[in-house]
Design a protein around this ligand. Structure first.
Ligand SMILES: Cc1cc2nc3c(=O)[nH]c(=O)nc-3n(C[C@H](O)[C@H](O)[C@H](O)COP(=O)(O)O)c2cc1C
Ligand code: SF4
Length: 465
């Protein structure tokens, strides 16, 4: 393995190794500080991060507002306080070494307000902001306003080109790096576009080469590209290092960084990582953001798959082959379905999936009455954590509505990510993971249940292993 040289980034000499931002409360001050102290760049998630009371206890994010708008305001406050608290913790633990960035999702509710609120208080403690999920056109202007660098996370050269032409070229001096996140392999939300087939992963090399060619034309040949998604052993990426065609390259670790002593995920989550198999990770489209995402196929995802399978088309009137009457509860309404679907629906109802819920696509899904209650409750409790939510129809606009029907085939991502981050059951919550999570079980570094410190992990990565 070639020696891994430090790289100059945001005015600092750092190892070209980044801990990927992970919300909610997964890449927090306790893990990103040590990552920076080890010489790399730690990323603090500022997506509804935890804040602390005067005793140092996590403040539970409980909502009192009567309306979604009121609760959204509470959420923005929690997010700003949490972001600031985590940056301060990371900064203390970093001992002034390496570098620190914060991460936000552009499509999170109140993204710009949260970013302003956190940077106002932390601009001297962090060097940059990484941001993905959506097209963060205003990211550059906001970051530059605080004198910090920006790191767009994109999954194609085309997306970067659109951002550059429309907004970023005016703020080129603050572009820290461009993060290429493999949309087939990375954990968390994935930037697959409509023209890309989720079943047909593409080799990242030509895609990154295309990005570099394009960046050279823009005068950005010197700006590093961060390869994120599917990176485990650096020895597998040796040909990317000091490669003239690709120019300066850094690597980002999301999944592998989950298993360290400092990582704040629960012990049950840590324990489960070494038994992941290749087929344990599912690239799916249930997220209320509308994006693809990758997570462990546990009971939580299996139930969502089931909801989507227990689905039939209907019409209020007899049309075409929707010619068979079916009475659905809770409203005991007669609707028309195909005769085959009527048989399937009767079978599901006989199995206890007696509650029919309408989707925005003129279909019904069949769930148990308990699940229906949970879905309704979660939709009612919505606190507007996204700019647009398919599950509750909340939107961060004047009407606070997407103007579409709420979609019961999705789920409240805020609720489940808060639960799993705070010791909730890992089988019943969304457990984001990259597709190389199965490597935990194969990599001898973790044998006999060994959990490294962040420092040990960074040192290990540097060796190529
Ligand atoms: C549990 C988990 C949560 C994540 N949350 C976020 C997030 O909030 N924002 C973000 O930009 N990326 C998020 N990611 C993506 C990582 O930052 C990183 O880019 C990605 O995991 C790299 O691919 P890998 O999983 O193959 O290492 C998340 C990844 C995981 C595994
Ligand atoms: S229902 Fe949607 S917008 Fe509301 S809190 Fe949940 S995920 Fe966020």
């Amino acid at each position: 393995m070639k020696p891994l040289d430090a790289i100059r980034l945001a005015g600092r000499e750092v190892l070209p190794l980044i801990e990927g931002g992970k919300g909610i409360a997964i890449s927090a001050g306790v893990s990103s500080g040590p990552w920076a102290a080890a010489g790399g760049i730690g990323t603090i998630s500022a997506v509804n991060a935890d804040s602390y009371d005067s005793q140092g206890n996590v403040i539970p994010q409980i909502y009192h507002g009567k309306t979604r708008r009121d609760r959204h305001e509470e959420l923005v406050r929690y997010a700003i306080d949490g972001g600031i608290a985590q940056v301060q913790k990371a900064f203390d633990l970093s001992k002034g070494l390496g570098g620190l960035n914060i991460n936000i999702l552009w499509e999170m509710g109140g993204a710009e307000r949260v970013l302003h609120g956190v940077l106002e208080k932390t601009k001297d403690l962090v060097q940059g902001v990484t941001c993905g999920a959506g097209m963060p056109y205003r990211l550059a202007e906001i970051a530059a306003g605080y004198g910090v660098y920006y790191y767009p996370i994109i999954s194609s050269a085309r997306a970067f080109s659109a951002l550059w032409r429309r907004a970023y070229k005016k703020f080129s001096e603050f572009l820290g790096a461009v993060v290429y996140e493999d949309p087939w392999l990375a954990g968390g939300h994935n930037g697959l576009s409509n023209s890309e087939d989720p079943e047909v992963p593409e080799d990242p090399y030509p895609r990154v080469k295309l990005l570099r060619d394009q960046m050279r034309e823009m005068g950005l040949g010197h700006v590093p590209i961060v390869m994120a998604g599917g990176v485990w052993y650096l020895r597998d990426w040796e040909h990317w290092i000091d490669n003239e065609e690709l120019g300066p390259i850094m690597f980002q670790f999301g999944t592998r960084a989950l298993l360290t002593k400092e990582s704040p995920i629960s012990d049950q989550w840590k324990l489960s990582l070494t038994s992941l198999k290749k087929e344990s990770i599912l690239l799916h489209r249930f997220s209320p953001t509308g994006f693809y995402s990758s997570a462990v196929k546990n009971n939580f995802l299996t139930e969502l798959e089931e909801r989507n399978t227990h689905q039939i088309a209907f019409s209020p009137e007899l049309v075409g082959d929707l010619d068979t009457l079916l009475e659905v509860v809770p409203k005991h309404k007669g609707v028309f379905v195909t005769s085959g679907d009527r048989t399937r629906a009767m079978e599901w109802m006989a199995q206890g999936y007696t509650a029919a819920l309408k989707t925005p696509d003129c279909t019904f899904i069949f769930v148990t009455p308990e699940k229906r209650e949970e879905i309704r409750r979660d939709q009612t409790d919505c606190m507007g954590c996204l700019s647009q939510c398919r599950f509750s129809n909340w939107a961060d606009n004047e009407k606070n509505s997407t103007r579409r029907k709420a979609d019961p085939r999705s789920f409240c991502i805020q609720k489940t990510l808060q639960e799993i981050a705070h010791d909730g059951p890992i089988e019943d919550n969304l457990m984001f993971s990259g597709h190389n999570g199965y490597q935990f079980g194969l990599d001898p570094f973790y044998s006999n249940g060994y959990i490294p410190s962040v420092k040990e992990l960074v040192e290990r990565i540097c060796t190529g292993d």
